[in-house]
Design a protein around this ligand. Structure first.
Ligand SMILES: NC(=O)c1ccc[n+]([C@@H]2O[C@H](COP(=O)([O-])OP(=O)(O)OC[C@H]3O[C@@H](n4cnc5c(N)ncnc54)[C@H](OP(=O)(O)O)[C@@H]3O)[C@@H](O)[C@H]2O)c1
Length: 286
């Protein structure tokens, strides 16, 4: 949905830096939130290639932006360019939220808090529980950090085992919970982990449009009915994994909820105001 802003000399600016960035739902989400609260703010998509990232980040400071979100593929590189990082951003090694503070760039990772808010909303317990994370990319790192730091024991299953092992090694010792890596193709290990787990989080891109009929799990792998399944893929909202989990009696959480909560946390970081979460949800759905 196109959102127009009434831009004036007083309008405060934020945006999202990515490549590509045209698909981002964040401008619609944030501009709807600014309108709902009557804030003279505007959120713009900023297409920035890797070789221009440093200049673009310094440009945010020079242009007196309040801050920006950072998305694919710049989250790790942006972390290295920040003047300061929150403990979450430092442990995850990636930022998705920048705030300009006194001419410096402060980096945060609200993907971590966004995931935890979506789980808290669904009343998912993490302390002392087992969680299985599928994938070992950027979002897996934030998910594994969030879960293990909340006291869960986390198994990371990835197509490329070396990447899962690197993730576990990077987080081990920085978080409260224990982490283990297994190959996604190891059916026995996957089944054993699922039997112990109370939470399954898909962070792979499998099931995303344009291939919504794919699932990251083998077809005949039994999902225990007590399991909660969160799929970070949000296009489509109801992925094949979520549909099959619901059919087996599992509780399901859509990735769109995490997307909205990470945006809400960025909004609060910049404005100091409580985010109108349902307004943002409605805008993200459109
Ligand atoms: N809801 C939200 O707020 C939110 C936030 C961030 C991301 N996401 C979604 O999460 C997904 C992953 O994003 P990302 O940034 O983590 O991506 P990424 O860094 O590129 O990682 C992709 C992951 O998917 C795995 N993968 C890709 N194709 C696969 C296949 N055919 N079979 C098995 N595994 C496969 C990769 O395994 P290998 O390591 O073996 O290549 C890797 O673990 C995307 O759909 C993205 O839209 C959602």
């Amino acid at each position: 949905m196109a959102v127009s802003c009434d831009i004036r000399g007083t309008t405060r600016l934020v945006g999202v830096i990515g490549d590509p960035v045209a698909h981002s739902r964040s401008p619609a989400m944030h501009n709807a939130a600014f309108r709902a609260l009557g804030l003279d703010w505007c959120y713009v998509p900023l297409h920035v290639t890797g070789r221009n990232l440093e200049a673009a980040l310094r440009g945010l400071v020079a242009l007196e932006f309040v801050g920006a979100n950072v998305t694919i593929p710049h989250k790790e590189q942006a972390a290295a360019l920040c003047d300061s990082l929150t403990p979450a951003a430092e442990s995850v090694g990636a930022v998705n939220t920048l705030t300009v503070q006194g001419g410096c760039l402060a980096g945060d990772n609200t993907d971590v808090g966004g995931l935890l808010l979506a789980l808290a909303e669904a009343r998912v317990e993490l302390e002392g529980r087992e969680a299985l994370v599928l994938g070992a990319g950027g979002s897996a790192r934030a998910a594994a950090y969030a879960l293990a730091q909340s006291g869960a024991r986390v198994t990371v299953a990835n197509r490329t085992l070396a990447r899962a092992e690197a993730l576990v090694q990077a987080l081990q010792g920085r978080v409260r919970g224990r982490l283990t890596a297994i190959p996604l193709a190891d059916r026995a290990a996957l089944e054993a982990s699922l039997q112990q787990a109370t939470l399954l989080v898909n962070t792979t891109s499998v099931g995303m449009e344009p291939r919504p009929d794919e699932s990251p799990l083998p077809d005949d792998l039994p999902l225990p009915p007590g399991l909660t399944v969160l799929d970070l893929v949000y296009a489509p909202r109801q992925t094949r994994l979520l549909r099959e989990a619901a059919a087996r009696g599992c509780r399901t959480i859509e990735g769109l909820r995490v997307l909205v909560y990470q945006g809400a946390l960025s909004f609060e970081c910049w404005t100091g105001r409580a985010a109108p979460v349902e307004v943002m949800m409605h805008a993200a759905e459109a």
